[in-house]
Design a protein around this ligand. Structure first.
Ligand SMILES: [Zn+2]
Ligand SMILES: [Zn+2]
Length: 124
């Protein structure tokens, strides 16, 4: 089997600037993408987070308060998952989310890629 990966979904460099709260990806086609860590955490693609987001949408009662703190958007560690994705270890220990590069590239926050703003990383 011959898997051909497009250059635009292969990272050349990934820098996680924890002070700025940003992940900066330089893709192999030369494009730069920036992702706020808070945005990445808010779009965590794992099944648990997707389910929580679905429930939050269903329970859209304006009187409902959410006493639970926002999930940590502090990245403790990051590792590649094969050649296709990156996984973060968040400050609260959450490690379930695997972020495919193709989805990250599609959600690039620059005006050239997504003039209307980045689409959700995964559809819930
Ligand atoms: Zn998650
Ligand atoms: Zn872009």
């Amino acid at each position: 089997m011959n898997i051909v990966m497009a250059l635009e979904t292969q990272p050349q460099h990934i820098t996680i600037d924890r002070t700025a709260g940003l992940m900066v990806v330089t893709w192999r086609d030369g494009h730069h993408s920036e992702y706020a860590l808070t945005w990445l955490r808010a779009h965590c693609p794992c099944a648990t987070c997707r389910e929580e987001r679905r429930e939050a949408v269903l329970a859209a009662d304006p009187l409902r308060l959410t006493p639970t703190p926002a999930p940590s958007s502090e990245v403790v560690d990051a590792e590649f998952v094969g050649h296709y994705a990156i996984r973060f270890t968040w400050g609260d220990g959450h490690i379930a989310g695997i972020f495919p590069f193709s989805a990250l590239r599609a959600s690039c926050s620059c005006a050239e890629c997504n003039p209307e703003g980045p689409p959700p990383l995964v559809s819930d």
